[in-house]
Design a protein around this ligand. Structure first.
Ligand SMILES: *[C@@H]1O[C@H](CO)[C@@H](O)[C@H](O)[C@H]1NC(C)=O
Ligand SMILES: *[C@@H]1O[C@H](CO)[C@@H](O)[C@H](O)[C@H]1NC(C)=O
Ligand SMILES: *[C@@H]1O[C@H](CO)[C@@H](O)[C@H](O)[C@H]1NC(C)=O
Ligand SMILES: *[C@@H]1O[C@H](CO)[C@@H](O)[C@H](O)[C@H]1NC(C)=O
Length: 733
């Protein structure tokens, strides 16, 4: 595992180690030289996919021999190379987010990029910064990392850095406001300027800072314009304000008009034709629009320059592998060598460390060589038809280890929970009884005579082009699927030590389960990928103490979130107040708050130290172009964490900052995550967590001046174990 990150930095990006120059100026110099050799027809070809299913990848750009430009391969997706054989099916974004582990985020990105490059993929379509996940039912939330922009932003930056260090171009998607599947291709996301900057743009801004070479515009409208025809979000904000040097590609079929998209700043049309109808919006039309003056020659040149610069930036002009022996549209034509390397160790570490222990009464966990153990639920086993039986995972059969849609990949194998538990039980001499359906009566029979019962339940979601059990992408509700509440109740009625394991794409309402006195422990095991069972057994049996923390709030009722799938356009009436920001503002008690997670050991916090706010930093607004100083470190917060328990464990210490409550500062969330640091400690051991606070982290977006403003009075600082478990408080001034 490559983990070159300094563990004491709250926000650390490794030294850039791309195969190319890692230098935009040098990449642009090469791109300009190449551009001089291109006709307008060549430039239009660079900008236009060759058509759906016309090449081996989900997106393909024709080769240009004169400049040594290869047929460019763009391939899904965020958790593995879609449709390719012999790849690793990593845990999903949401389970990567719940590790709060920057080294694992980077390692996953690097492994993804390594596999993509070995397979000849030039551009891997991930990571996902949108949906951010403001709507808990949102179908694709699991592809991203968290609905907190800071946590998502760190994960975006680490993933991009890891992917691009391996040589593949990352693609930050879906820009912007694609928060639900319902009507995604017709609705408008009308996001006010401050909310846009402080929430939805934030993860993309971090990806840009990490030098992401491409960004994908989304299906929806923003304001009155299609996202891929929105000059204000693409040119004004992404390219000018954030200084994005790379190129913008349409989501597949998200381009609407030739001139509108070009003039808004879109740079590449995918899949090129109208999704398989052989009608190209660009191609010849782009050339003629330039001839007629509807699109400036300089815009076409800029399109080509940006695409070439991304390619040079990663050094993809120097001996890059080609797609050989595999295609998205057929079974492998020859035996394609596995590209997995030892990446399953990364997959297992994330499946393990992303697990969040929600409840553990009387130390029910870890299991210690139980004499008898019942394993109950369809979610404990593989789909009998096979892990890949449902195309793009369009079913919830057997254990849930991926959501559905284009963000999936083929499992090389899938270790189901029961497979891994059987291996452990045989070592321990434990007698297992099982019921591997979701039948409550069968579950109760299996559990009645066992000392402990493990009940597996799940909840799935995905992309809206597929409907699973009447869920059209978005979830219909936040309840467990397959009558999971009834299954747990039937087991708990006969077994006093019932432990519930949840695989889910996001939060579930757990009230009826938690009301059962026999439910002594609850484990959220996320969307864990191919190493599901192994990672779970590591935690259930205590070879590793759980260290994941919730990347979202679990509410007592779905209505507590204050956001839901909307039938028409979405005016984002909640503004900044999503997830814990909303629970704080409206004084709603969550069931399990954002950032919460139990351990098998205990940590104490002490020795808070807060540096003065750097006086060298002006409090005046940071206008577009002043981007660099937004990332300057203006304060350092540190604390000492002590493992005060009896086993080794890791703690995620979290920094929450409150903007000054002054009339000069617009109404803001009570507290916002602005740093985190994960520390592994042996019993009795202490260590320091250090949070580097950047100017951006203590600023707000001022809509009047269209700039980031750093308020002058003092900020509230809380360092704690969750968003509501503050252990140390102080002031930053
Ligand atoms: C991004 O690229 C620039 C060169 O253009 C380089 O100076 C900077 O260190 C890179 N940033 C990261 C986070 O890799
Ligand atoms: C998935 O489960 C459903 C419901 O039991 C069943 O009808 C379907 O055949 C299964 N499909 C696969 C591919 O396993
Ligand atoms: C307190 O924190 C400082 C860093 O701010 C560190 O140098 C020192 O060792 C810590 N003291 C204890 C007792 O942990
Ligand atoms: C460790 O925990 C015990 C029991 O909760 C407590 O009495 C003790 O003060 C703690 N030690 C420290 C250093 O906080």
């Amino acid at each position: 595992m490559k983990a070159p990150i300094l563990s004491f930095l709250a926000f650390a990006i490794p030294i850039f180690a791309a195969a190319g120059d890692g230098d935009w100026a040098a990449a642009y110099a090469k791109a300009r030289t190449a551009l001089a050799k291109l006709s307008n027809a060549d430039k239009a070809a660079l900008a236009t996919g060759i058509g759906w299913e016309k090449g081996p990848c989900v997106g393909n750009i024709a080769a240009i021999a004169a400049i040594g430009f290869p047929e460019l391969c763009l391939q899904d997706g965020p958790l593995g190379v879609r449709y390719a054989p012999g790849i690793t099916a990593f845990p999903a974004g949401i389970t990567t987010g719940s590790t709060w582990d920057t080294a694992l985020m980077y390692a996953r990105g690097n492994a993804l990029g390594t596999e993509s490059k070995a397979l000849g993929v030039h551009v891997q379509l991930g990571p996902v910064g949108g949906p951010l996940g403001k709507i808990p039912e949102g179908g694709r939330n699991w592809e991203g990392f968290s609905n907190d922009p800071y946590l998502a932003g760190v994960a975006m930056a680490q993933t991009v850095a890891g992917m691009q260090a391996a040589g593949v171009q990352a693609c930050a998607k879906h820009y912007i406001g694609n928060e639900q599947e319902l009507n995604r291709a017709s609705m408008s996301a009308n996001i006010d300027d401050r909310t846009l900057h402080e929430l939805y743009l934030w993860p993309f801004a971090e990806a840009v800072k990490a030098n992401v070479t491409s960004v994908m515009c989304s299906y929806n409208k923003v304001g009155s314009a299609w996202s891929c025809e929105s000059g204000s979000t693409i040119t004004d904000i992404l390219k000018n304000e954030l200084d994005f040097q790379g190129w913008v590609v349409s989501d597949w079929g998200a381009q609407h008009t030739a001139v509108g998209s070009a003039n808004a700043g879109m740079d590449m049309s995918m899949p090129g034709d109208g999704y398989g109808n052989n009608k190209f919006i660009w191609g010849a039309a782009l050339i003629s629009a330039v001839s007629s003056g509807q699109i400036a020659q300089s815009r076409l040149d800029d399109i080509a320059l940006r695409i070439l610069a991304g390619w040079y930036f990663l050094g993809q002009d120097a001996s890059y592998p080609t797609v050989t022996g595999w295609s998205s549209w057929k079974s492998p034509t020859s035996s394609v060598p596995s590209v997995q390397g030892n990446h399953k160790t990364v997959a297992r570490a994330i499946a393990r460390d992303g697990i969040v222990l929600l409840k553990n009464e009387g130390n029910a966990l870890p299991l210690n060589k139980p004499a008898t153990l019942a394993v109950v639920g369809y979610d404990a086993i593989l789909n009998p038809q096979g892990a890949n039986a449902c195309v793009d995972r369009k079913c919830d059969n057997g254990t849930l280890a991926m959501g559905w849609g284009s963000g999936t990949a083929q499992f090389p194998y899938l270790i189901a929970p029961l497979d891994a538990i059987k291996a452990q039980a045989s070592t321990d001499g434990t007698v297992l009884t099982t019921s591997t359906s979701d039948s409550p009566s069968a579950g109760a029979s299996a559990a009645a005579s066992a000392a402990t019962a493990l009940v597996f339940i799940n909840a799935d979601s995905g992309e809206g082009y597929i409907t699973v059990e009447n869920n059209v992408g978005d979830r219909n509700n936040l309840d467990p699927w397959h009558n999971g509440n009834e299954l747990v109740a039937a087991v708990a009625a006969v077994n006093k030590k019932t432990i519930v394991v949840i695989h889910s794409v996001g939060p579930l309402i757990l009230e009826s389960i938690l009301a059962l006195p026999s439910v002594v422990a609850v484990v959220w095991a996320g969307i864990p990928g191919q190493e599901s069972g192994n990672g779970l057994v590591d935690i259930l049996y205590g070879s590793t103490s759980p260290s994941g923390k919730l990347p979202f709030t679990i509410a007592k009722a779905a209505s507590d979130y204050g956001t839901a799938v909307v039938p028409g356009d979405d005016s984002y009436p909640e503004g900044l107040f999503i997830d814990y920001r909303h629970f704080d503002k409206s004084a709603i008690a969550p069931r399990y708050e954002f950032g919460f997670g139990l351990s098998y050991t205990a940590f104490t916090y002490s020795n808070l130290s807060i540096s003065p706010l750097s006086t060298a930093t002006p409090s005046a607004g940071i206008a577009p172009g002043g981007l660099k100083s937004l990332f300057d470190i203006v304060a350092t917060v540190s604390a000492t964490i002590t493992n005060n328990g009896t086993v080794a464990g890791a703690e995620v210490a979290q920094l929450y900052i409150s903007l000054p409550a002054s009339s000069a500062v617009p109404a803001s969330p009570a507290r916002q995550l602005r740093g985190f640091d994960k520390l592994s400690l042996k019993p009795g051991e202490s260590g320091s967590v250090v949070f580097q606070v950047r100017r951006k982290d203590v600023s707000y977006w001022d809509v009047g001046s269209k700039s980031w403003v750093l308020p002058t009075s003092s900020f509230g600082v809380v360092v704690g174990a969750s968003s509501r478990d503050g252990r140390l408080t102080g002031e930053l001034a």
